[in-house]
Design a protein around this ligand. Structure first.
Ligand SMILES: C=CC1=C(C)c2cc3[nH]c(cc4nc(cc5[nH]c(cc1n2)c(C)c5CCC(=O)O)C(CCC(=O)O)=C4C)c(C)c3C=C
Ligand SMILES: [Fe+2]
Ligand SMILES: [Fe+2]
Length: 320
């Protein structure tokens, strides 16, 4: 019998119930690679407890609005299964999340018990920053060292310009464009929205912004001649964030008299709270109240065949 090999997709994770929102946020605010609370390392955990308690009150309502939980795990599981299926019968799909189940420790304990001795680890964040990819990969490596140091694995962590990924994202943009009436399609403004980072991550040299820009450019080379721009969403907390914010870019586009806006979520590979709630509800309301008449969001990559093909080919190319 051929020996089994694990394909492990890394992502952030999200609460699987409203009760899980506060402990999910606590785990997130404890991560000093993502956020360094001002009181210093010693007080990070007490501060995380306090902030997660208060933030949960607001955030629970956002999760309630999208059905009471994050869809991120289900999508990531489907992606893992779809990619594994394309790679061969010996490949076992797994998901490891950073801030909510399944944690690295749970998955590695299971792999060890099942006698699976090798793995390919694929980060599902398309653009590299220490805050997301770096934190997830470090967490995985630390946990391997504690639980299963014999595991042989390699990590694929940067793929923002993988041509098949760009093809797949371009297909989603075309699908979004098709929802506009043919006669007005030429006037559609395309707005790529990436998750914001505090500016200090860019200043210290994380390639996140450059990679976001290269992805958007690669997609637009495929889609054709439309007006497009990039903005950064979900900027919360009293630090300097990357510019421009998605809200200000939407109001700029509306103020310039454009009536048709296609939003393209770019730093996520599946639906989650920031597409389903932030873009589809909050930004839609802002756009419409600012004068945009036709507002649409490009579908997320989710389990589209072309995206799963792209990721399977990426894993194969790294094997070669
Ligand atoms: C590429 C994606 C992401 C980057 C970059 C990112 C940076 C980042 N995030 C926070 C704080 C929060 N993020 C939260 C939720 C959340 N963030 C991402 C992705 C990126 N974050 C995802 C996919 C999710 C949602 C998961 C889901 O439930 O579906 C949250 C919790 C929600 C909220 O309170 O708004 C926080 C907090 C920081 C500080 C940061 C940059 C350093
Ligand atoms: Fe985030
Ligand atoms: Fe966020």
């Amino acid at each position: 019998m051929e020996s089994k090999h694990a394909l492990i997709l890394l992502n952030m994770g999200g609460p699987d119930s409203l009760e899980a929102v506060r402990p999910f946020l606590y785990n997130l605010f404890c991560d000093r690679e993502l956020i360094q609370l001002p009181a210093g390392a010693v007080l990070q955990k007490p501060f995380a407890r306090l902030i997660s308690y208060f933030r949960a009150k607001k955030v629970v309502e956002n999760y309630r609005a999208i059905g009471g939980k994050s869809p991120l795990l289900e999508w990531t599981q489907k992606q893992a299964e779809g990619v594994a299926e394309r790679l061969g019968d010996e490949v076992v799909p797994c998901v490891v999340m950073r801030y909510w189940h399944p944690f690295a420790a749970e998955v590695l304990t299971q792999l060890k018990a099942d006698g699976i001795t090798s793995a390919t680890v694929l980060s599902m964040y398309p653009h590299y920053t220490g805050a997301t990819t770096g934190s997830s990969v470090n967490d995985f490596k630390r946990t391997v060292a504690q639980i299963y140091p014999e595991l042989e694995y390699r990590v694929i962590e940067q793929w923002h310009d993988w041509p098949l990924y760009l093809d797949s994202l371009a297909n989603r943009v075309r699908e979004g464009l098709e929802t506009f009436h043919e006669l007005m399609r030429d006037d559609v403004q395309i707005l790529f929205s990436a998750h914001a980072l505090p500016q200090k991550f860019i200043d210290r040299g994380d390639p996140y912004q450059q990679q976001v820009e290269e992805t958007a450019k690669g997609v637009m080379e495929r889609v054709g001649n439309y007006a497009w721009s990039i903005a950064y969403q979900s900027r919360s907390g009293p630090v300097k964030w990357m510019e421009p914010g998605t809200e200000e870019e939407i109001t700029r586009i509306a103020a310039a008299g454009h009536q048709s806006l296609l939003m393209v979520p770019i730093s996520f590979v599946s639906d989650h709270i920031e597409t389903l709630e932030e873009i589809d509800m909050e930004y839609r309301e802002l756009a419409v109240s600012s004068g945009v008449v036709n507002f649409c969001r490009a579908p997320s990559l989710n389990d589209n065949d072309d995206f799963l093909d792209a990721m399977a080919a990426l894993v194969q190319s790294a094997r070669a």
